[in-house]
Design a binder for this molecule. Structure first.
Ligand code: NOJ
Length: 569
């Protein structure tokens, strides 16, 4: 596989509305991002994924676009955008834009036209159907709750919307629409952006009449056509958001010879706290063995024929330290442990703003404190379906997107330094303790740990290209794996628990990175402390390694497994 720049890059995701407000209106903006380029440089990231800043009525915080070629005044102007691209380029930071082309806003002029009459030349840019006996055409559901069809009086027909009714779905079967999108993408590429994160791209091949939402029959044809007409001629980076992907499907998107996308975001690990077949609000206990199985499946199955994107969080997900970590006593240690686990694997890591500070979920308990359109809709829907307010709020606190959207915590001053005005969304009250000013000043902070992980990746090819092998799949508390490249081998040990664990090893390993300051080298009997995470370099040319984990009265030997997974020359 030819090596690509985005394989050894680290991406930082910015949710502009909550990043930094430069003009006191309570909403983050492009000038705010420009001010923080030195911060991003200090962290060491190579790419910014910028969530939508296009003109938008903000029904879904910018994922409802009314003009793809202008900037929403909330965020600034096109001149600010150009300045951001230039300023980032000077610092060797590239910008990847969010491409939202499954739907537009109903305030996009295409839709305004389409709505007018059945004969309008833009009618076919969207998906219209007649109702059935005064009801929607079928029972397709919107991902934000309720029917996916909205009645439009002007023409007595329904239009499709998989998200809010202000986000009508585009009709990708229409060649004219596709060409318009490609033209717009080229406009952005010419402005100097380095690629696209593609919003719910697996939906564009939908066939609503057959109730096919994801992975429709023409999806890959569209992507190949898009590639050929736009970024295929450049070295841009592309990553598609694909909730319904399996590794098999992922290979269709990302196998280089197919000329579609570079990477996808898959969400299997994200759904481990959801009951099978249920909604994401139907909670289930997390089980580390399942996490290992999912991550490892993706590591093995894309190896050599695709490329993984590695992420814990984004603007649609709760904070990872509150999910898989411990956001109380062990917040810093567990945030660093989770970072180590993720960045140690093979793929391109993504950091969601605030993750590098170990930011946590919100402590709010009233539904009014969760302004997101999805949360609000789901709350009403679950109550109508008979769930109690208490259990619904419990699920919302654990899973709502609002958790990720509180403003960045820059310092311990008023409004966490995010704005001099009134923030559009409440600041997490823990900002006095968790903030960038403190984190960047401390050697032992979560921020410093992310910095070190990024530097390690820049220094060691094995971290980018080394083969992954999981050890101890059945252990409930430890996640252990190796990376191997040529004669070099690393062992990554992560304790997901506050319990101490003993590891026995016949190998001596030297510490490359740990979340404790005094971790000794790997030795015969080795103690892993609460949430400890260590990357060890194993000595060369060891014929056999034997690591065995001892857990109270249980003892598991993994010797054979390591031998089997041996890929050393
Ligand atoms: C996925 C985005 O990440 C999310 O924030 C948005 O609401 C939906 N797609 C619709 O665009």
């Amino acid at each position: 596989m030819v090596k690509k720049w985005w394989q050894n890059s680290v991406v930082y995701q910015i949710y502009p509305k909550s990043f930094l407000d430069s003009n006191g209106d309570g909403i983050g903006d492009l000038q705010g991002i420009i001010q923080k380029i030195p911060y991003l440089k200090k962290l060491g990231v190579d790419v910014i994924w910028l969530c939508p800043v296009y003109q938008s009525p903000q029904d879904d915080n910018g994922y409802d676009i009314s003009d793809y070629e202008s900037i929403d005044p909330e965020f600034g102007t096109m001149d600010d955008m150009k300045e951001l691209i230039r300023a980032c380029n000077r610092e060797d930071i590239r910008i990847v834009m969010d491409l939202v082309v499954n739907h537009t806003s109903d305030e996009h002029w295409w839709f305004q036209e389409a709505q007018k009459s059945k004969e309008n030349p833009y009618r076919d840019f969207y998906i219209w159907r007649k109702g059935k006996n005064g009801q929607p055409p079928n029972d397709l559901k919107s991902n934000f709750g309720g029917s996916a069809w909205e009645y439009s009086e002007e023409t007595n027909e329904y239009y499709l919307h998989f998200y809010s009714k202000k986000q009508p779905d585009l009709n990708w079967e229409n060649e004219k629409l596709r060409q318009e999108i490609y033209r717009m993408m080229n406009y952005w590429l010419e402005l100097g952006i380095a690629g696209f994160r593609m919003d719910v791209i697996d939906l564009i091949g939908k066939i609503p009449d057959e109730k096919i939402k994801e992975n429709g029959p023409r999806l890959h044809e569209y992507l190949r056509e898009m590639n050929e007409n736009t970024f295929g001629k450049t070295d841009a980076m592309t990553v598609g958001e694909c909730w319904g992907a399996t590794p098999e499907i992922a290979r269709l998107y990302t196998a280089p010879e197919r000329k579609e996308l570079n990477m996808i975001f898959q969400f299997e690990q994200i759904q481990l706290d959801k009951q099978k077949g249920g909604q994401r609000w139907d909670l289930k206990e997390l089980d580390l063995r399942e996490l290992k199985a999912v991550f490892s499946k993706w590591q093995y199955e894309l190896d050599g024929c695709g490329w993984n994107s590695l992420f814990w969080s984004n603007h649609d997900l709760p904070r990872i330290v509150s999910r898989w970590g411990n956001d109380g006593k062990y917040r810093e240690l567990s945030a660093k442990m989770l970072a180590t686990l993720l960045h140690g694997m093979k793929g391109t890591p993504y950091i969601y703003q605030g993750e590098e500070l170990g930011m946590t979920n919100v402590p709010f308990t009233a539904i009014e404190n969760f302004p997101d359109i999805e949360t609000q809709n789901i709350y009403k829907e679950r109550l109508r379906a008979g769930f109690s307010a208490e259990e619904t709020i419990h699920a919302i606190r654990k899973k709502a997107r609002d958790n990720a959207r509180t403003p960045m915590q820059w310092n311990a001053e008023e409004n966490a330094g995010f704005t001099t005005g009134t923030p559009w969304y409440q600041i997490n009250p823990n900002y006095k303790e968790i903030n960038a000013e403190d984190e960047t000043a401390r050697e032992d902070s979560v921020f410093s740990h992310y910095q070190k992980l990024i530097q390690l990746r820049k220094k060691h090819e094995i971290m980018v290209y080394g083969e992954y092998h999981l050890l101890l799949p059945e252990d409930e508390d430890l996640y252990i794996y190796t990376r191997t490249l040529g004669k070099e081998q690393w062992l990554i040990l992560c304790n997901f628990h506050e319990k101490e664990r003993e590891i026995a090893s016949t190998q001596i390993g030297s510490v490359l990175l740990s979340n404790y300051t005094d971790t000794p080298q790997l030795k015969e009997l080795h103690l892993l402390r609460p949430y400890e995470a260590v990357i060890y370099r194993l000595p060369e040319k060891v014929e056999m390694h034997n690591v065995c984990a001892v857990y109270s009265d249980k003892s598991v030997s993994i010797t054979e497994e390591i031998e089997e997974g041996e890929s050393r020359e």
